[in-house]
Ligand binder design. Sequence first.
Ligand code: NJP
Length: 253
Amino acid sequence: MSKVIVITGASQGIGAALARQLAARGDHLMLAARSAKELGQLARHLGRDTFAFTTDVTRRQDVNRLRDEALRTFENVDVWINNAGRGITRNVLELTDEDIDEMMAVNVKSALYGMQAIVPHFKERGQGHLINVSSMLSRIPFATFRSAYNASKSALNALTANLRMDLRADYPNIHVSLVMPGAVSTAFAANSLHAPEDAVTMQGAQTPDEVAAAIVDLIDNPRAEIYTNPDAQLEQVKRYYSDVGAFEASMHR
Ligand code: NJP
């Protein structure tokens, strides 16, 4: 059965790929991002069941308006995906107050606003699915130049797990999921704060379509969390948590 799905950060990259896949199977979409032109073009291209709403997710008011617009358009929301996010290219000792504030605003507070906006609606209905897009770097911060981004995504993981635990007993049909991609071939590196002009995606990256397909599967089969490339990621996570020092040392060999 088709679902009503809100996707933030849908003007490009993973969010746009996800919108294409979900529209193709008949879901009803409300797409959000700041770039009104790109978002509008994508929505028109995807057909009459897809709408665009210009949103800056770092503003709580915008996120509340996005929720209101989705409910006005569709009456209900089945799935809300906090996908908007931004990286940084700065090591710990170079970070300014503004750098930390920007990372927390765009990667943590944005998703908090989304959770606080839509979960009351899910509670009223007794069902819904909240999905937060995090990063492998939240679990293993091995790209040190992403520093405050890694920290912000770790914070997002904690909020996601805590919301899930809070809802579990009273709302068994409200699902809360975390998505952890590894490197993905989008403009993420170039869009990062303080990105060098020659910023490129890391080798071995997944395509945005591969990540989108993993999220589509998560919508169909809700789970607490997924790695989008589990064959490559799970072994690394186990190795990291079994001995952090040895893992870090192995990166310098
Ligand atoms: O990034 P990119 P991805 N308000 O730069 C939007 C995570 N991830 O698709 O506002 C509203 O192509 C922006 O739209 P616009 C990553 O952390 C990625 O790769 O128009 N929207 C655009 O649509 C993030 O959470 C990799 O500029 C805002 C989108 O966000 C998610 O995957 C690896 C906004 C960013 O598109 C999607 O990233 C990983 C705002 N204030 C996790 N600021 C990776 N690519 O390697 C930005 O582990 N957006």
